[in-house]
Design a protein around this ligand. Structure first.
Ligand SMILES: [Fe+2]
Ligand SMILES: [Fe+2]
Length: 391
């Protein structure tokens, strides 16, 4: 999914930020990955390693040298298909011997769904739409130089991971879409239009060919989706839809496993190539890292991502505080402070920047939350037949 964040009309800084990239979104206001920075794109030229340079070539060598390590430490995190859950495990069985059995199961699902307020459906649909943009995500991962799938069926461990990860992710959008379709609570045509718009619009990741940055980005993305799906599961349980809670919980568990994989990869990069890893982490935080759902559009609301994010913020499904926690977590997890030998001057500057970042973000988050609370208002969402929700 995706993850997101954010808030009121004047809240310029959010987690995974957003900028008006397409003409259909000209009016969107930017939300930035690093809450503490201005909404204008920052230049992080000093953290960029030029493609084709000797230094860049060295990065490719490091990635190549990790092939065997990926096989032993990352591919083992994928679950065999035979022991994986499938969407059908949570859905009424349309092949039931009696049609009545199927209809009864659908009726039960709809009764459970009736207890969930509209605003939670907005969060669920936002998550669903982001998951359904998987083609965009897979192509993103396939642009990482040195860690891509060159033929589409390459036998390298990097390529096997990319395909296995996508195959696991594919179940997330599938199960949410089918479950929510049967709930009868949504204008599915609007949901489907949003998915088509989003895949057609794509996403932007600066320095997208740089695998070092890419793995920092995917680490963040997976942890953010873990938090978001986990909170959605908790809300569904509190409102009595145990099946929805269970399936969101299983999606969250997948995201956690994927986060473990990407986090381990970055940890290894810090071990093998600390200077470039440090600069990639800082570069990703300084630049805009746009979430896959950023360009979502339903044909009506040009600020849809921001509005959905604001609902997620208000309900505690995914908040600016979560974002600050994630940044702090990774600064500690990758032991940024402790990295000593192997850093160049630029690497040291990147380290200083990163060490102070969690605190700077915390300050901004408090101000943003206060502003957001002051400026809340009702807004219609086409996904729920234009019923209004507090944003
Ligand atoms: Fe997912
Ligand atoms: Fe994921």
């Amino acid at each position: 999914m995706e993850l997101t964040l954010v808030s009121s009309s004047s809240f310029k800084h959010s987690l995974f930020s957003t900028t008006p990239y397409s003409s259909s979104l000209r009016s969107s206001r930017a939300l930035v990955i690093n809450c503490c920075h201005s909404s204008k794109p920052r230049k992080s030229g000093k953290d960029v390693v030029i493609r084709g340079s000797v230094q860049y070539q060295e990065k490719l060598e490091v990635l190549k040298s990790m092939e065997g390590w990926v096989e032993d430490n990352i591919l083992t995190l994928l679950k065999p298909v035979e022991s994986s859950w499938q969407p059908q495990d949570f859905l009424p069985d349309s092949s039931s011997s009696s049609a009545e059995e199927f209809f009864d199961a659908v009726r039960e699902l709809r009764e459970r769904a009736a207890g969930i307020p509209d605003e939670y459906y907005v969060c669920l649909v936002g998550n669903l739409v982001s998951e359904e943009a998987l083609p965009t995500n897979q192509s993103m991962a396939n642009r990482f130089d040195g860690a891509n799938d060159e033929t589409g069926a390459s036998a390298t461990s990097w390529a096997q991971w990319n395909r296995g990860w996508s195959a696991e992710e594919n179940r997330h959008g599938d199960v949410l879409t089918r479950y929510l379709y049967l709930s009868g609570r949504l204008d599915m045509r609007q949901v489907e239009r949003t998915i088509q718009h989003l895949i057609g619009s794509g996403m932007i990741l600066h320095e997208a060919h740089d695998a070092y940055r890419g793995f920092v980005y995917t680490s963040f993305q997976e942890r953010a989706t873990f938090v978001s799906h986990g909170n959605t599961a908790r809300h569904a349980k509190e409102r009595g839809d145990i099946t929805l809670a269970r399936l969101c919980g299983l999606i969250a568990a997948d995201e956690r496993r994927h986060e473990t994989a990407y986090t381990r990869i970055v940890e290894k990069l810090f071990e093998l190539d600390p200077d470039n890893a440090m600069r990639a982490f800082a570069g990703m935080m300084r630049e805009r890292a746009t979430m896959p759902g950023l360009l979502m559009f339903d044909g009506c609301d040009r600020d849809l991502f921001r509005h959905y994010s604001a609902v997620a913020q208000r309900l505690g499904v995914y908040t600016t505080g979560d974002y600050a926690d994630i940044v702090e977590y990774f600064v500690k997890r990758w032991r940024v402070e402790d990295v000593g030998p192997g850093l160049t001057g630029e690497g040291r500057r990147a380290q200083d920047y990163l060490c102070g970042l969690p605190q700077r973000i915390r300050k901004t988050v408090e101000r943003a939350q206060e502003r957001s609370a002051r400026e809340s208002r009702l807004l219609p969402f086409s996904w729920i037949f234009n019923r209004e929700v507090l944003v």
